[in-house]
Design a protein around this ligand. Structure first.
Ligand code: NAI
Length: 331
């Protein structure tokens, strides 16, 4: 099936091509992000394959549908970048990768927590410069601390299990109680407002209209002073300006983010030779107790292999008219 693959980098091309050997779909790799300016590049393609910072809103979907696109396959779990309701109205199917190594993101979140708490990036930068001083590198034991996990689905539950292994008390908040979370020793909070008990808060819920800016000036005022916030989920969960204000007063003791609300114009590209106009991200990276990574939580051999395999399987299922098991839900 003719498929336009947007936002491709060299690894996408290599791994999607490898996954496609048997299926033999006609893949056109495009480095561009999908927007209303680039949608025409998919003319004649029944399937369009996208990634997290492609803009698959109602306008773009209407353009794609008019050109003959009938399937949008996102190489991600999250689908907040796709207007699934508009797609359904236009007769365009939307599939995602429901399941791929949740360990990749959970382990990365733990890595960010260790790095920001124990100042590992700062220490490494110092020793490269011949500075072996310890001043400013003190962290805290995770053992015995309380960790709040917002969203106890696949990734949140694995993160919780690792934290329990560190000897932490783990509190969770989720509309749906996951028996696996409780069985391993996690305790549910009845409301997210119990977060003040937490030394560490890690976000693992999807970005929805309800969860947008779930971390904001008011909620940050309620967290335990000096708490560390980890966000590997979606940038829009955090009001970044409010987080900066809380970092300035010390209310937030550390912040590590793999996702950023305005990441679409920054992430997955080398901007090291350009002037970055986004003052918010520039302010963020200026804090010694902040770590920013460019949406790489999923980036392990195991996860990427599964993402590409599932994407090709979905395109093949659509072509064969068989059940789309990874269809994006409409609610
Ligand atoms: P999941 O669907 O298994 O778990 C999400 C959980 O969040 C569910 O239990 C759901 O009930 C809960 N939830 C929904 N609304 C909530 C709310 N208002 N408050 C509290 N909990 C709520 O999803 P999974 O696989 O664990 O992924 C979680 C998120 O991680 C994704 O939505 C995505 O945004 C992000 N992600 C980030 C990646 C990265 O590379 N940094 C890669 C993959 C996913």
């Amino acid at each position: 099936m003719k498929t336009a693959v947007f936002s491709t980098r060299s690894y996408d091309k290599t791994l999607l091509t490898a996954a496609n050997v048997k299926a033999g779909h006609e893949l056109t790799f495009l480095q561009d992000r999908l927007t209303s300016n680039t949608a025409s590049l998919a003319a004649g393609c029944v399937a369009v394959c996208v990634f997290v910072n492609d803009n698959v809103d109602a306008e773009v979907l209407a353009m794609l549908a008019a050109q003959g696109t009938r399937l949008v396959a996102t190489r991600s779990t999250g689908y907040n970048h796709i207007d699934a309701v508009a797609a359904a109205r236009l007769g365009v199917e939307v599939v995602r990768v429901t399941d791929y190594s949740p360990h990749s993101v959970a382990e990365f979140a733990v890595g960010l927590l260790l790095a920001v708490n124990r100042k590992i990036a700062r220490a490494s930068a110092r020793t490269r410069d011949g500075n072996f001083e310890l001043d400013g590198l003190m962290g805290f034991d995770l053992h015995g601390k309380t960790v709040g996990v917002i969203g106890t689905g696949k990734i949140g539950t694995i993160f919780a299990r690792i934290m329990l292994g560190f000897g932490c008390t783990v509190l969770g908040y989720d509309q749906y109680h996951n028996p696996a979370f409780e069985a391993m020793g996690g305790h549910y909070m009845s409301t997210v407002d119990l977060v003040p008990d937490c030394d560490v808060i890690s976000l693992h819920c999807p970005l929805t209209p309800e969860t947008r800016h779930v971390v904001n000036a008011e909620s940050l005022a309620r967290v335990k002073r000096g708490a560390v916030l980890i966000n590997t989920s979606r940038g829009g969960l955090v009001d970044t300006e409010a987080a900066i204000a809380a970092l300035k007063t010390g209310q937030l003791g550390g912040l590590a983010i793999d996702v950023y609300e305005q990441e679409a114009s920054l992430f997955f590209q080398d901007l090291s030779s350009t002037i970055i106009e986004d003052d918010v991200i520039q302010r963020l990276v200026s804090f010694h107790n902040v770590i920013v990574t460019g949406h790489q939580g999923f980036f392990t051999q195991e996860a990427i292999g599964q993402i590409m395999q599932t994407t090709i399987e979905s395109i093949s299922a659509f072509e064969a008219g068989t059940e789309l098991v990874n269809r994006v839900p409409l609610s």
